[in-house]
Structure formats: structure tokens, C-alpha cells
Write a protein that binds this ligand. Structure first.
Ligand code: FAD
Length: 407
């Protein structure tokens, strides 16, 4: 991967990008075949060595503030770092970013009490425990976060939770789950209303039952279906005020979507690089692939996809960072465009590689299923399309129009 300083970009961001590329190029990409063998003791040693190199370079945990052992670099630098990290599917955990723990850590930092931080956040950051996020349900549409049926009812100083979740990633082996629940609160007029509240549930609590791991793309996974049956936890396990669960989920997903999209850009960049090199090497029908117009079209279309996706994502990140206008239109736009662009670029790269493209000899097959999955996870495309048009139409109905320079 070739990463030179970007003119006009904050020198600190350039330094982070170059430092990250140096480690990904020297220690991760050449070891990808070995790193796949995750449980092997030699590979565990290698992982530890790379993690120490990352720490020495001051590039550990970009999502965490300095007082929690992270880089404390804030949102924009982390976004720019992600396109470099994404060159290898192995980078993120080697740089201290493990999903869904990183998202849970961010939420605990923002909404957790001091006691919750001590009990759950700090051991999670030290890597002593893992965690999961349990929101989506088999019997309610995940694309409508208000449809959740899992209910927490107050009983003295406890919450008692009943419901069923699925696709809770990483549930097996987790010490706790952050569970999105429907709760009742006073409406200020003598009645009650229902809102969402996130509650920390230790996985050894009676009634927390993992029903099964759900195979994904034909492979075993750790995305689990979980029954919550009379799960009793103290009210002190609640995150933030009662009824703030939806806002906390938005906080997690908003910035997270930019990180995911920068991650997609990095993957596209790698797929593009593999495709161009293969086109230059592979001889078919009396000439290199690069001499065939079909393949030249693949290269050109992929360049266009990557540039468009990258600039759109950086624009969305800038809108969030400026905090002077509502970023939701741009966040939804990238959430639709970028994974679809990744799918197109990887599809072309696979085609150029022939059978090798669907094998395990390149990261392309994993990128392809990941891209397809992203069009559903974190909110399906259709829901984001609805939100974009709603926000634009509202602006027009309010007497304004859309200013592409500012909005
Ligand atoms: C690999 C993977 C990992 C995941 N990890 C987690 C996790 O860790 N924790 C967690 O809580 N969840 C997780 N999820 C769940 C994910 O967030 C949901 O799948 C997603 O929110 C969509 O919800 P759903 O599957 O219930 O789809 P549904 O809501 O049933 O929607 C199905 C389809 O209906 C269409 N649709 C929906 N609404 C509209 C509309 N208004 N108009 C037109 N069409 C519409 C869309 O095409 C959509 O794809 C994961 C999912 C996957 C695939």
C-alpha cells in the first residue's frame, strides 16, 4: 500500500496514516496467511508482538481517550486512519479495535456511571472480558427501532427483562451484553409512556440463555439468538437515564457508520490494487488482461466508485465534525452508496481473478460477503433512502431548498 502525505491535510492526520500504513505493510499483510490460524500459540505470539509494535508507535485504540490508554485523536483522525486499517481484515484487533467491544466502550464512556466504568469498561479495555450488543429481534423488524418487544419492568431496585434477541454478535464468550429494552416512564401528565432503555446484563445472570449460533453465509458464526427469561439485574445496570436508549444507539451508529464506510473505502482500495496487479500479470487469449477493453472498463469504473465513495464519506465526516448542521442525510447517503460501491469493486476484482477470486487465497471473498451484509446491518438501504428524502422534503416544506455546498 502506498500512502503519501495528503497535501492540505492536518500534518497529524498524515502522520497517523503513514504510521498505520507502515505497520500494516510491514507486519500484517505479509503475515495474513499465518494470522488466519487465530488459535495457534505461535500466531498468538505474533499477534502480541504486532500489538506491542502498535503500542510503541502510539497507534493503539484510536477510539479511546488518552486517559483510558487510547490515542485520544478524536473523530476525524480516526476516520482517516480507518481507510488504512481496512487494507487487511486482521488490522483492527491488532490496533485495539475489536467490534462490538469498541462500540460498547464508546457508549460506556458517554453514558456509564463511574461504577459501571470500573466494573465493565476498564476490564474490557484491558482485554480481560468481551461484550456484545443485543438489539435486533426475530419477531420485530430491526429496521424500525421502535418496534422492539423485549421489555424491562421495574421490580423494587431491579429490572426484570423478558424477550428474545438474535444476531447478537460475539455473544458466546462475552461477559456482558448491552440490551435494548422497552421501558415505561412517567409522561409528566400522571400517565406513562414507553421508551427504550439500554441495560447491562452480565451473561451469567439466570435467564440469559443462548439458544443457538446462527450460521451466516453458510459458515458457523458467533451471531447468536438469545432468550431473556425473567432476567433480573439491579437498576444500577441501566445506562443513562430511563428512555435514552434510542439516543444512545444513534450515538453509537452515527459515527460508527462513517468508520464503517472509511473501512469499506480501504477495502475497495486493496481490491482495486489486487485487480490492477492481476490485470498486468495474467495472460489470456494472446495478451495481458490489461490490454482487454472489458478489463480496462473494470479498472476505470472501480476508480470512479472509489473516488466517489471516499469523497462522499470524508464530506459526511466533515459535516459531523463541524456540528453546524444535521448530518443525518449525509450519513444515510454514505450508508447506502459506499457498501454498494464496495460490492461493485470487489465483484470486478473477483471476476478479474477468475477462480482465485472466490478462493481463500485473496481477501476478496470475505470482502464480498461483508459488503453484501453491510447493506442490511446497521439499517437496510431502504430505511436510509426514506430518511434522506424525508429530511430533504422537510427542508423544502419549511420554505428552504437544498444547498449542496453547506448541507
Ligand atoms: C452479520 C450481522 C451481524 C449483526 N450484528 C448485530 C448485533 O451485534 N446486534 C444487533 O442488535 N443486531 C445485529 N444485526 C442485525 C441488524 O442490525 C439487522 O439485521 C438490521 O437492523 C435489519 O433488521 P432486520 O434483519 O430485522 O430486517 P427487517 O427490519 O425485517 O427488514 C427486512 C427488509 O425489509 C425492507 N424494509 C424494511 N423497512 C422498509 C421500509 N420502510 N420500506 C421498504 N422496505 C423496507 C429492507 O429491504 C430490509 O432489508 C446484525 C446483522 C447481521 C446480518
Amino acid at each position: 500500500m502506498q500512502v503519501a502525505p495528503i497535501p492540505d491535510l492536518d500534518p497529524e492526520i498524515n502522520a497517523v496514516r503513514e504510521g498505520t500504513a507502515n505497520i500494516v505493510n510491514r507486519y500484517i499483510i505479509p503475515n495474513e496467511d499465518r494470522l488466519r490460524d487465530w488459535g495457534n500459540p505461535d500466531v498468538q505470539r505474533l499477534r502480541h508482538e504486532i500489538q506491542e509494535t502498535v503500542k510503541k508507535a502510539g497507534l493503539w485504540a484510536p477510539h479511546l481517550p488518552k486517559e483510558y490508554g487510547g490515542m485520544g485523536i478524536g473523530f476525524m483522525k480516526h476516520a482517516y486512519m480507518n481507510e488504512i486499517l481496512a487494507w487487511s481484515p486482521f488490522s483492527n484487533p491488532l490496533f485495539g479495535v475489536v467490534a462490538p467491544d469498541s462500540g460498547n466502550q464508546t457508549i460506556l464512556l458517554k453514558y456509564g456511571t463511574e461504577e459501571q466504568k470500573k466494573k465493565w469498561l476498564e476490564p474490557s479495555i484491558r482485554g480481560e472480558i468481551r461484550s456484545c450488543f443485543s438489539m435486533t429481534e426475530p419477531d420485530a423488524p430491526g429496521s424500525n427501532p421502535y418496534a422492539i418487544q423485549t421489555r424491562a419492568v421495574r421490580d423494587g431496585d431491579d429490572w426484570v427483562i423478558n424477550g428474545r434477541k438474535w444476531f447478537t454478535s460475539g455473544a458466546k464468550g462475552s461477559a456482558f451484553a448491552i440490551v435494548m429494552c422497552r421501558t415505561e416512564e412517567a409522561d409528566g401528565a400522571g400517565g406513562t409512556r414507553e421508551k427504550m432503555t439500554q441495560i447491562i446484563v452480565p451473561t451469567d445472570t439466570p435467564g440469559f440463555n443462548i439458544v443457538r449460533s446462527i450460521p451466516v453465509w453458510g459458515h458457523d458464526s458467533n451471531h447468536c439468538e438469545i432468550e431473556y427469561k425473567n432476567v433480573r439485574v439491579p437498576v444500577t445496570n441501566q445506562l443513562g437515564r430511563t428512555g435514552t436508549g434510542h439516543q444512545a444507539a444513534q450515538d453509537r451508529l452515527g459515527a460508527g457508520r462513517v468508520f464503517h464506510c472509511m473501512n469499506c473505502v480501504g477495502q475497495m482500495w486493496r481490491a482495486f490494487d489486487l485487480m490492477v496487479r492481476r490485470a498486468m500479470d495474467r495472460e489470456v487469449h494472446g495478451g495481458k488482461l490489461e490490454t482487454k477493453q472489458f478489463i480496462q472498463g473494470f479498472i476505470a469504473d472501480s476508480y470512479i466508485d472509489i473516488q466517489a465513495a471516499r469523497l462522499m464519506t470524508i464530506h459526511a465526516a466533515q459535516v459531523i465534525d463541524r456540528a453546524t448542521s444535521d448530518p443525518r442525510t449525509d450519513i444515510s447517503a454514505i450508508k447506502i452508496f459506499v457498501p454498494a460501491a464496495l460490492e461493485r469493486v470487489v465483484d470486478r476484482a473477483i471476476q478479474v481473478h477468475g477462480a482465485m477470486g472466490v478462493s481463500g487465497d485473496t481477501p476478496l471473498a470475505g470482502m464480498y460477503t461483508g459488503a453484501r451484509t453491510l447493506r442490511i446491518a446497521d439499517g437496510p438501504d431502504e430505511v436510509h433512502r426514506i430518511l434522506i428524502s424525508k429530511l430533504i422534503l422537510k427542508q423544502y416544506h419549511d420554505g428552504g431548498s437544498w444547498d449542496f455546498g453547506v448541507n
